[in-house]
Ligand binder design. Structure first.
Ligand SMILES: Nc1ncnc2c1ncn2[C@@H]1O[C@H](COP(=O)(O)OP(=O)(O)OP(=O)(O)O)[C@@H](O)[C@H]1O
Ligand SMILES: [Mg+2]
Length: 258
């Protein structure tokens, strides 16, 4: 049996001077290939948890592994391990003045030998991976367009393509569709999940749109005040359960689709 994509054992984290921990007593095991929605109110710890799983958080406690490799609270993972985890940011984090293709190729940097990566020199296999990723998100025609000339939805797909070109086995996405209109958000999230599934990758994404998130995810993990308030099949995260998680949040914002 393969190692879980994520295993957290009693993980906690408190920022220096913070009144309350951002994460507390987190136990979580996510199998390879799962599609997991991370929900919960603002400040619940979703971004903190994703940052930890990406190997960028320092000073946490407990034990954590991703893709069978230990993470350490005092140092980033080695380069080869970092290449196996992809991250999609809400803000897309693209190089605005570069083309879509150059941005997607940036996703390959961690997979290139160090010297060519420093010189930004793509190998044929990197070009091929970039083209394949642009094709998969339907943006091959825009490959040589500068990103600052693309719409929000197109930029979001460039960010997805960059992540795919990296060929990650674990995809972490922090509110990846928050800046899109409802229809584009649904399409983009579906695309992200389908691409993850077709590549056998594990996907963990956070979202403030529980109804949408639960359409796409098979499993839901809800955080509240740094703790896991729900962990189970997405279809079991009912409106009542969501109200428990979100507390006094307005009912209308939580209503499930269908
Ligand atoms: N850079 C920071 N400096 C200090 N405190 C922070 C910082 N980032 C987050 N926090 C605090 O850590 C806790 C968890 O925040 P986190 O950003 O993980 O929540 P979140 O669930 O992602 O919220 P949101 O839905 O608003 O993105 C909160 O109490 C927050 O105020
Ligand atoms: Mg956040």
């Amino acid at each position: 049996m393969s190692a879980p994509a994520v295993a957290l054992d009693g993980v906690g984290f408190r920022r220096p001077g913070a009144a309350a921990p951002a994460l507390e007593a987190i136990y979580l095991s996510i199998a390879a290939g799962e599609v997991v929605a991370l929900v919960g109110p603002s400040g619940a710890g979703k971004s903190t948890l994703l940052t930890l799983l990406d190997g960028r958080l320092r000073g946490w406690t407990g034990c954590a592994t991703t893709l069978g490799r230990a993470l350490y609270p005092d140092r980033p993972p080695p380069r080869a391990a970092r290449a196996e985890t992809g991250f999609v940011f809400q803000s897309f984090a693209l190089v605005e003045r570069a083309t879509a293709r150059r941005n997607v190729l940036n996703g390959r940097l961690g997979r290139m030998p160090l010297l060519p990566s420093l010189m930004g020199r793509a190998r044929p296999e990197d070009d091929a991976a970039a083209s394949a990723a642009l094709r998969e998100v339907g943006l091959l025609d825009a490959a040589v367009t500068r990103v600052d000339r693309l719409s929000g939805g197109q930029r979001q797909r460039v960010a997805l393509a960059r992540c795919l070109a990296q060929e990650p086995r674990l995809i972490l996405a922090d509110e990846p569709v928050a800046s899109l209109d409802p229809r584009r958000a649904r399409e983009a999230l579906r695309l992200l999940a389908d691409l993850a599934i077709s590549r056998g990758a594990t996907l963990i994404f956070s979202s403030h749109q529980p109804a949408l998130a639960l359409e796409v995810a098979t499993r839901a993990v809800a955080l509240r005040e740094g703790r896991i308030a729900f962990d189970g099949p997405a279809k079991e995260l009912t409106e009542t359960a969501l109200e428990d998680v979100y507390g006094a949040a307005p009912r209308a914002s939580l209503r499930l689709a269908g």
